[in-house]
Design a binder for this molecule. Structure first.
Ligand code: AP5
Length: 214
C-alpha cells in the first residue's frame, strides 16, 4: 500500500504516520525528517536546503524528487510505505505518478487531514521535538514525562526553527498556494478521503484505520 498523508503544517501527519507505520509494519517516509537529518549531518544537500526550510519555504521540486526517488528504490518499501509531507506540489505529484508507474506501482490512498487554522497554529506553538531521536511531543496534548526531556533518551527537547510564529505564516501560505491543489488532484483520481484531524490522536488513528479497512 502506498499511502499519502496530506494536510497543513501541524495537522498531525507525522504523529499519525508514525503510529500507522508501526501498526502496519511499513516505513514512514517524511521528507521533512529526511531534510532535517541532512541538515543535522551537515551534508551538501542539508546545506542547500537549510535556509529555505528555516524560513518556512518549500525546497525546490528537483531536489525533493531526487531524494524521494532514492528512498523509494530501497527494498524496505516493497510492502508499501506512508508518505508524509510528499508530494507537496502538483509537479511533485506528477513526478511521483511517473516514478511509481515505472516501478509497476501506484498511489493507493490519500488521506487529507482537515483542521482549522487556529488549531494548527496552537499545535505548532506547543510542539517540542527531540533533537536526537526525532520524537515529537506537545506541551499540553502529549507532554513528556519529565518536562522538556525526551521520554526515550532524556535529551533536552527543542522547538523547530520553522515553528516560530512568523515562519508558520509563511508555511501556511506555501501550503495554501502549492499543496492544497493536491486535494483536488487526488480527489479527481478517486483515491482521496477526508479525515477530521481536530480529534484526539487515538480517535484520528481509529478513524484512519476504519477508513483503510485494516
Ligand atoms: P515537514 O516536516 O513535513 O513539516 P509540515 O508539513 O509543515 O508538518 P509538521 O511537521 O509541521 O506537522 P505535522 O502535520 O507532521 O504535525 P505533527 O504530527 O508534528 O516539512 C518541513 C519543511 O521541510 C517544509 O516547510 C519545507 O521547507 C521542507 N519540505 C518537506 N517536504 C517537502 C516537500 N515535499 N517539498 C518541498 N519542501 C519540503 O503534530 C503537530 C503537533 O500537534 C505536535 O506537537 C503533536 O504532538 C500535536 N498533535 C498531533 N496530533 C494531535 C492531536 N490529534 N491532538 C492534539 N495534538 C496533536
Amino acid at each position: 500500500m502506498i499511502l499519502i498523508l496530506l494536510g497543513p503544517p501541524g495537522a498531525g501527519k507525522g504523529t499519525q504516520a508514525k503510529l500507522l507505520a508501526s501498526q502496519y509494519g511499513i516505513p514512514h517516509i517524511s521528507t521533512g525528517d529526511m531534510f532535517r537529518d541532512h541538515i543535522a549531518r551537515g551534508t551538501d544537500l542539508g546545506q542547500r536546503v537549510q535556509e529555505l526550510m528555516a524560513g518556512g519555504n518549500l525546497v525546490p521540486d528537483e531536489i525533493t524528487n531526487g531524494m524521494v526517488k532514492d528512498r523509494l528504490g530501497r527494498t524496505d518499501v516493497g510492502p508499501g510505505c506512508i508518505l508524509d509531507g510528499y508530494p507537496r506540489t502538483v509537479p511533485q505529484a506528477e513526478y511521483l505518478d511517473r516514478l511509481l508507474r515505472s516501478m509497476g506501482r501506484a498511489v493507493n490512498r490519500v488521506l487529507s487531514y482537515v483542521i482549522a487554522e487556529e488549531a494548527v497554529v496552537e499545535r505548532i506553538s506547543g510542539r517540542r521535538s527531540c533533537p536526537q531521536c526525532g520524537a515529537v511531543f506537545h506541551i499540553t496534548q502529549s507532554p513528556p514525562r519529565v518536562p522538556d526531556r525526551c521520554d526515550r533518551d532524556g535529551a533536552v527537547l527543542v522547538q523547530r526553527p520553522d515553528d516560530a510564529s512568523e515562519k508558520v505564516r509563511t508555511r501556511l501560505n506555501e501550503y495554501h498556494a502549492k499543496t492544497e491543489p493536491l486535494v483536488r488532484y487526488y480527489r479527481e483520481r478517486g483515491v482521496l478521503a477526508d479525515i477530521a484531524a481536530l480529534a484526539p490522536q487515538d480517535e484520528v488513528l481509529a478513524a484512519t484505520r476504519r477508513l483503510l479497512g485494516r
